[in-house]
Each structure stands twice: as C-alpha cells, then as structure tokens.
Design a protein around this ligand. Structure first.
Ligand code: NAP
Length: 281
C-alpha cells in the first residue's frame, strides 16, 4: 500500500474520456514509484473564481492540463518553459522549489508521432481548427522546418487572428488563413498532409471535409486526426479512398513520455504502454 503518495493530477473538463490516469499509473507502478495520478475536474466557470495561489496550496507535485484550460492556466504558473511560451499554452506542470513550472509536451508528442512520416513534411500542410492543440502543432511544424501552412477555421476573422498571432512568434513561416468554403478553390495537389485538430470527430455524424474534397486528394497525402479515442469518420473515409491515415494515439503517448520525463527523470515504458492502451479501443 502507498504511504502518503505524491499526487499528480489532470485538470480540465470534461475528463471522462481521458486515458492519462491509465498510462501514468501503469508507468509509476512499473518503476515502483510512490506516485498516483488522478483526475481533478474543474468546471470552466469555476476556474476564474480561483485565486492564483490555489494550485500551489494543493498538495500535488505536478500534472497535466487539458481542454479547455491549456491557455488560461498560464496565468497560474510561475515559470513558463520555452515550448509553452512559443505555443502560449501549457499541458504539463510540475512543482520545483515551491514554484509552479509549466511546459508544453504536446509539441514534442506531435513531432515524435511523425517520425515515420518525414516525406509528408516536405510540402504544404493544411491544419483544421484554431484551438490549443493547433497552436502546439504549429510550434512543432516550425521545429520540423515546414514552411507553408494553411489554417482553416469556421470564421475567417478567427483564422486571420490566429495566423497573425503565430507569425509574431514564427516570422519565417508562411501561414495562410482560410475558411472551409475556400477549400474548393485551392490546389489540393500542393498538400502533403492534412491535420484535423478540431474535436468534431468525437461526434459520429459529422466531419468537416466533405467527400468531394477527400476524393480529390492525391494518394501521397497523410490525413492525420489527433483524436485518439477512435478511428474518426474523416479517417475512415480517407482510408476508403486509399489515403494514408494516422490517429492521435501516438501523439498522446509521446506527450505523456515528455511529461513523465519532466516529473520523474525516467523514460515512459513505451512498448508496454502501447500494448496497454490498445486494449481500450
Ligand atoms: P480547442 O482549443 O477547443 O480547439 C478546437 C478548435 O476546433 C476550435 O478552436 C475550433 O476552431 C474548432 N472547432 C471546435 N468545435 C468545432 C465544431 N463543432 N465544428 C468545427 N470546428 C470546431 O480544443 P483543443 O485543445 O485544440 O483539442 C481539440 C481536440 O484534440 C480534442 O478532441 C482533444 O481531445 C484532441 N487532442 C488530442 C491530443 C493527442 O495527444 N492526441 C492532444 C491535444 C488535443 P474554429 O473555431 O477556428 O473553427
């Protein structure tokens, strides 16, 4: 039995779908560490009522931040590491010398998930969505030397603002704001990857790229949906059209690898974790 274990928490809302407790508790147990990882749901409207010192008072060593707090939690962190500054969002935090440190391991997780898809980084890339994960992905694509990225939003003004904001951080990247209707008018042959960062694939009956667009895509394109709970409609349909597909499970595991290293200095047992999470789908 654990005696007064070190606590690690997942902050966000909703959390019922999260695999993080399964992954981290397996890894803590693997190394026989006196650590426990638990979900700590916070209602979005409640976060703004919390004093900045609230998280420091709680007795935990570190944790993760997920939807919808990755950007807002920056206000509660004392020291923000480089990738989190570039991304303007944190997904991992830890206590050190009574200070809360924040980092963004989604950036590392996304880059590492593409290790076997380097050829798909050589041309233009289409990113659907302008949320926290899209920001982390732009940071990673900058590190991977991708030059041209089209960012698609439901609202042109939102895409434009996102692009202007990212261009301040990454002035050498060419970022283009578009809306979904524009996809009919751009040359899809120039793209080597489409990345869906929206949560739309979580709902069964919807997808953002209609069949007409997908059937126009060249076979060398990689269609990547970062949702990890299931094969989304977008991926199912792309696979039927003989396109390469990738789901979000590898990104999830590798971002956990980054966080686990920050907390424990140890390597996440990747192969065992991959076997473990396979049983959940
Ligand atoms: P978010 O900050 O809420 O952003 C998602 C973006 O998707 C929004 O900014 C919005 O962009 C678009 N969107 C939202 N609802 C939509 C709808 N009904 N129809 C079309 N577009 C919609 O969320 P996030 O943190 O980026 O996370 C997005 C998804 O990625 C979640 O499902 C999350 O679980 C998953 N995720 C996976 C990993 C992984 O490791 N695999 C890591 C992080 C996140 P516009 O308003 O500009 O259209």
């Amino acid at each position: 039995m654990l005696n007064n274990p070190n606590l690690f928490v997942l902050l966000g809302h909703p959390l019922h779908f999260s695999l993080s407790p399964i992954i981290y508790n397996y890894a803590f147990n693997y190394y026989k560490l006196d650590n426990v990882y638990i979900k700590f749901p916070i209602e979005p409207e409640y976060l703004s009522k919390l004093d900045i010192s609230f998280f420091k008072k709680l007795n935990f060593q570190g944790g993760n931040i997920t939807i919808p707090f990755k950007e807002r939690m920056i206000n509660y962190i004392d020291k923000i590491d480089e990738k989190a500054i570039q991304t303007s969002a944190i997904n991992t935090f830890y206590k050190k010398d009574n200070l809360l440190h924040g980092d963004n391991t989604d950036v590392y997780g996304f880059s590492k998930s593409l290790e076997n898809y380097k050829e798909n980084l050589k041309s233009d890339i289409l990113v659907l969505g302008t949320g926290g994960s899209a920001k982390a992905i732009i940071t990673a694509l900058n590190d991977l030397n991708v030059k041209n990225i089209y960012v698609v939003s439901r609202e042109y003004e939102k895409a434009k603002q996102f692009v202007e904001n990212r261009n301040i951080v990454f002035p050498k990247m060419n970022l283009y704001p578009i809306i979904y209707n524009d996809l009919e008018n751009i040359n899809l042959k120039n793209f080597s990857m489409i990345i869906n960062t929206t949560p739309i694939g979580m709902y069964d009956d919807l997808y953002l790229l209609d069949e007409k667009i997908i059937s126009k895509l060249e076979k060398y394109i990689l269609v990547y949906d970062i949702i990890y709970h299931k094969k989304t409609k977008l991926l199912e349909f792309s696979e039927k059209n003989n396109l390469k597909i990738l789901g979000g499970l590898d990104m999830l595991i590798y971002q956990c690898e980054g966080a686990f290293k920050l907390w424990t200095g140890k390597n996440l047992p990747i192969n065992e974790i991959k076997d473990l999470v396979r049983n959940y789908f």
